[in-house]
Design a protein around this ligand. Structure first.
Ligand code: HEC
Ligand code: HEC
Ligand code: HEC
Ligand code: HEC
Ligand code: HEC
Ligand code: HEC
Length: 445
């Protein structure tokens, strides 16, 4: 009678805790699923605003605008010419036809509006477009009358691209530790109940005699102690050596720069040649950082990035802010398209910095040896933020000098040296090392 009662209470407790476990894990999954479910309707509400057209086709207008007008005009900012958004509401249609087809004639004819526009814009002549029909210009006007697209707002709770959308690790870990805790509690309960059953049946369950603690047994065994200490000594020597070998090695050093300058956008997406900016690399020891007037060759006209340039990490607004910093530094007044004369230097943070007792020459490696920038600097055209790719230790230089052949073709300088050295070593090709690239004096002053 008694035994049955105990048996019942154990299984009851077991079932209870199992039920508890299940409900808890279910609710934690439900909590995770909730934000995902609410995010969907929010996404569907972002419907494009209807375009305000004036009989023209804004899509065709955009095309014509980009081929003919975009060199001087932007929709929302002043470039060489004024911003054109809403220009259809500003002037009479017929006036715009005349202006676009030949603004010079209109100004000469003494048209008051035309003269005013001309004088307000530093008297820069606008190209005449006699080839554009009135229908074409209607299309352009329709395009300029489109409402400005609101920047795509980030949905609350939306996760950036690339992040996993399944159950988060935290929830899985939480559920697992909960299950562990419940198991421990259950073990205690089972243990207690079994003891009660044993006591009820008169069985003796007093604890065993204490045995020798494990560490004392270990200390008594001299062979084990010896092996362990040797192992510990070797392991610490390994780590100490590793620690000292990385002192002064700044691989992957990637400081925050005063202007966020993306090599991915410039050298990658826009394919600008490294030499356009680092023009000294081919001809001198140093590669150098371009001066700001090199930037302004392009940025006089590029005051903002296109919408497609934005990434999950950096929005268009972030990038535009960085270009504004460039303008501030060179003293460029974008609204009036002229230099103010107020400049401030940009203090780029130096990333690569060779020890001063080492001689390294870019032109020798880039021009003479024909080594690609990427061999030493990594896939720079993919870097959002510039960093040090190579270790730049002595071993790194030596390794490459041992492995790389000297480029002898089309280089008369090497013809004689090659004849002598190839006889000496009995080889066809020469590595840099065989030419003397391991001599201390070549790299050390
Ligand atoms: C070579 C540069 C250039 C090109 C190309 C150009 N514009 Fe202009 N545009 C100007 C300048 C500069 C002004 C300011 C008036 C002036 O100084 O002549 C202007 C003014 C205007 C104005 C008057 C705007 C206002 O708010 O007062 C309109 C409209 C206009 N342009 C339309 C066009 C259209 C449409 C095209 C393409 C078919 C075009 N422009 C191509 C330089 C250009
Ligand atoms: C539009 C101009 C431009 C182009 C094109 C460009 N760079 Fe740069 N580069 C810069 C500027 C500005 C800096 C300094 C800011 C920084 O470190 O991000 C820089 C920094 C660097 C640095 C780090 C310099 C240091 O401080 O040690 C390296 C290395 C480099 N560029 C390599 C390259 C390579 C390789 C390419 C071609 C794939 C390239 N760059 C193309 C402008 C340019
Ligand atoms: C050969 C043309 C060219 C030169 C030179 C150039 N840029 Fe750019 N720059 C661009 C283009 C194109 C974009 C991207 C526009 C887009 O995505 O719509 C851009 C974008 C940018 C941006 C916004 C994106 C980012 O990288 O953060 C900054 C800031 C910028 N440039 C700074 C500079 C600086 C500083 C220099 C000089 C060291 C420079 N640029 C030289 C063409 C140039
Ligand atoms: C053989 C390896 C190697 C190659 C190839 C190479 N670099 Fe370098 N680069 C270095 C080293 C090493 C430094 C550090 C030099 C120093 O601190 O004196 C450096 C430094 C730089 C710097 C920082 C400024 C400076 O001159 O110290 C820039 C920018 C740079 N390199 C750009 C380039 C570009 C662009 C190319 C391709 C045209 C290129 N590098 C090719 C190894 C290389
Ligand atoms: C990616 C391979 C590579 C790396 C890395 C490299 N070099 Fe070189 N180096 C070469 C080649 C190839 C030549 C042969 C150039 C020639 O034909 O004159 C060379 C030549 C030289 C020379 C001239 C040797 C002579 O006999 O005239 C010096 C000095 C030198 N390198 C220094 C360095 C230093 C310092 C470093 C490390 C910071 C370094 N190099 C890293 C490939 C490399
Ligand atoms: C190919 C170029 C090159 C040659 C050849 C070369 N070194 Fe170096 N050496 C370097 C560079 C690069 C460093 C800087 C390493 C660093 O900063 O981690 C360096 C650093 C050193 C250091 C300072 C220790 C350290 O790690 O900072 C000593 C000492 C040294 N070299 C001795 C020599 C001797 C001796 C020889 C001739 C047997 C020699 N080097 C040949 C490139 C070279």
């Amino acid at each position: 009678m008694k035994k049955v009662g105990y048996h019942n209470s154990i299984s009851r407790k077991l079932y209870l805790s199992l039920a508890l476990m299940l409900t808890l894990s279910l609710t934690s999954f439900a909590q995770d699923a909730a934000p995902a479910a609410t995010a969907t309707p929010a996404a569907t509400t972002a419907v494009a605003a209807p375009a305000v057209t004036q009989g023209g086709d804004p899509v065709k207008g955009k095309e014509i605008f980009n081929t003919n007008c975009a060199a001087c005009h932007k929709l929302d900012a002043k470039a060489t010419g004024p911003a054109l958004r809403g220009v259809g509401a500003k002037y009479d249609k017929v006036w715009i036809y005349k202006w676009v087809q030949n603004s010079g004639d209109l100004i000469k004819s003494g048209d008051a509006t035309a003269v005013k526009v001309f004088e307000a814009n530093n008297k820069i002549p606008m190209t005449p477009f006699p080839q554009l029909s009135e229908a074409d210009i209607d299309d352009i006007i329709a395009y300029t009358m489109e409402k400005k697209e609101a920047a795509p707002a980030v949905l609350p709770g939306a996760k950036p691209k690339g992040e996993e959308t399944g159950i988060s690790n935290d929830i899985i870990l939480g559920a697992l530790s909960l299950i562990m805790a419940i198991l421990i509690v259950m073990l205690f309960i089972v243990n207690k109940s079994l003891r009660k059953v044993a006591a009820a049946n008169g069985i003796d369950v007093s604890p065993k005699e204490p045995t020798l603690p494990i560490w004392k047994a270990f200390a008594k065994n001299q062979f084990l102690v010896l092996v362990t200490s040797i192992f510990l000594l070797l392991a610490s020597a390994f780590f100490v050596y590793g620690y000292f070998m990385q002192v002064g090695v700044d691989q992957n050093y990637s400081p925050v720069q005063p202007i966020h300058f993306s090599h991915r956008i410039h050298a990658g997406s826009n394919g600008i040649n490294c030499n356009y900016c680092h023009s000294a690399a081919r001809v001198s020891k140093n590669s150098g950082i371009p001066s700001l007037n090199v930037c302004m060759n392009c940025h006089k006209n590029i005051s903002e990035v296109s919408d497609t340039t934005a990434t999950a990490e950096f929005s268009k607004a972030d990038y535009d802010k960085e270009i504004a910093k460039l303008y501030k530094a060179v003293g460029w007044d974008a609204a009036n398209q002229k230099y103010t004369g107020v400049t401030e230097p940009v203090k780029w943070v130096r990333i690569h910095n060779m020890q001063s007792f080492v001689y390294f020459n870019h032109s020798q490696h880039v021009t003479v040896a024909g080594v690609a920038c990427q061999t030493c600097h990594g896939p720079v055209q993919t870097y959002e933020v510039q960093k040090q790719f190579a270790k730049m230790t002595m071993g790194w230089c030596i390794d490459c000098h041992r492995k790389t052949d000297v480029k002898m073709q089309d280089n008369n300088y090497y013809t004689k040296i090659h004849e002598q050295l190839s006889k000496k070593y009995g080889v066809d090709k020469l590595t840099v090392a065989q030419m003397g690239g391991l001599e201390c004096g070549k790299c050390h002053y």
